[in-house]
Ligand binder design. Structure first.
Ligand code: CAA
Length: 380
């Protein structure tokens, strides 16, 4: 693996850093309190090419590599993990899948507006009875001439309320189990597609999460992605890349926690000197810095493998496992370093903890990452 970033990768990272500071940071606290979706910010991210980072320019994207995507995701999430997840779902779940398996017509109709940021996508896999056990899809798509009729319910759908395009897994042949699952691209105004109440969440409150239900929703066969029965493969392979995005989001939270703790430790005095002079605090900062660096190397390794066309599912799972654990631990330690001040909103670190927890849950829980890693190891 080459550890040197190219000039382009550095420029992308710096642009994301400036954008996050200037355009995102001013409204982060208020949007978190009010659980407000960052419409204007997402629109501007699109104009900067951040909503379709790895999509080729001919399909409306920026044509960057996965390493650049990690660098940008970390910078954005360091300031606001809600904006990070909205960006991650659009980039690495929805755009990736369509770019990989879509026909030219589907790319023209769905990918171009998604990659340019004109439209927003969401990824509908989880169901009330199919979370970690994703093969157990109950949503059905029954063929009816040139159409499919979809019935079922999806939950925990990030971007669900505000998406324009829904990337949906549904069973087209129950007899075949997971090999009977297919993927459909559905417009938000399709008859029979309804979104439920927005979840009132612990963290990433400025992003929206809701249920999406399909009640005799008619979808034309041109909106089938790939072919019938390919849906589970599409979902799994797409999630391998999605995990790189969420791992980078977790890195952003972990790094933000480290920086906040370091800054506070240098200014806060106790026992007549800055608390950064105390070994108890120094050891915490050293552990936080070591873990975030280790996690970053794993995540960049996964992205680098992806860019080289090498297998990356195991590396992505390892990166997500460690980065999400580090995000939670670093946020907890940042609160501890701040003492009572860490427990109040003004000092930001309480939000880092609330935002960090979900990275151990969505796009595959930490336990699922261990399943993916151990299966890959034992197969080798
Ligand atoms: N990459 C590629 N293929 C994979 C894969 C991976 N990581 N994991 C499984 N597969 C393939 C298997 O090779 C197998 O294919 P074949 O039948 O062709 O051989 C098929 O999928 C089924 O796999 P298993 O037989 O191993 O099935 P299983 O039930 O024992 O395990 C699982 C499957 C790995 C647990 C899978 O269900 C899984 O990954 N669950 C987690 C689902 C998840 O991540 N959900 C996130 C929701 S989306 C989200 O959070 C987005 C958001 O809004 C932020």
């Amino acid at each position: 693996m080459d550890f040197n970033f190219t000039e382009e990768q550095i420029a992308i990272r710096d642009t994301a850093r400036d954008f996050a500071q200037n355009e995102i940071a001013p409204s982060t606290i208020e949007r978190d309190i009010k659980a407000e979706f960052p419409f204007e910010i997402i629109k501007k991210l699109g104009e900067f090419g951040f909503m379709g980072m790895m999509v080729p320019p001919e399909w409306g994207g920026a044509g960057f590599d996965a390493v650049s995507y990690v660098l940008a995701m970390e910078e954005i999430s360091k300031v606001d993990a809600s904006v990070g997840v909205i960006m991650s779902v659009n980039n690495s779940l929805v755009c990736y899948g369509i770019n990989q398996w879509g026909t030219d017509e589907q790319k023209e109709r769905f990918l171009k507006p998604l990659a340019s940021g004109e439209k927003l996508g969401c990824f509908c896999l989880s169901e009330p009875e199919a979370g970690s056990d994703a093969t157990q899809q109950k949503t059905e798509a029954v063929k009816d001439g040139d159409y499919y009729i979809l019935n079922g319910i999806k939950n925990w759908i990030t971007n669900g309320k505000n998406a324009d395009i829904y990337f949906v897994q549904a069973m087209t042949d129950k007899e075949k189990g997971h090999k009977g699952i297919s993927t459909f691209l559905i417009d938000k105004d399709a008859e029979g597609l309804e979104t439920g109440i927005k979840e009132d969440k612990l963290g990433i409150r400025s992003s929206d999460t809701c249920t999406v239900s399909f009640n005799n929703c008619r979808v034309h066969k041109d909106q089938l992605l790939g072919s019938e029965g390919l849906g589970f493969k599409i979902a799994m392979e797409t999630l391998n890349g999605g995990r790189i995005g969420i791992a980078a989001q977790a890195l952003g939270i972990a790094q933000a926690s480290l920086e906040a703790a370091t800054k506070y430790a240098k200014t806060r005095k106790a026992f007549g000197k800055p608390i950064s002079d105390l070994q108890a605090i120094q050891f915490k900062l050293a552990d936080m810095a070591t873990n975030v660096e280790a996690a970053r190397n794993l995540v960049l390794h996964a992205a680098w493998n992806k860019d080289q066309g090498l297998p990356f599912a195991k590396e992505a799972a390892m990166g997500k496992l460690l980065a999400s654990k580090t995000a939670v631990n670093n946020a907890l330690e940042a609160i501890q370093v701040h003492g009572g001040y860490g427990y109040v909103r003004e000092y930001l670190v309480e939000r880092y903890l609330r935002d960090a927890k979900i990275t151990e849950i969505y796009e595959g829980t930490s336990e699922i990452q261990k399943v993916v890693i151990s299966r890959a190891m034992l197969k080798d």
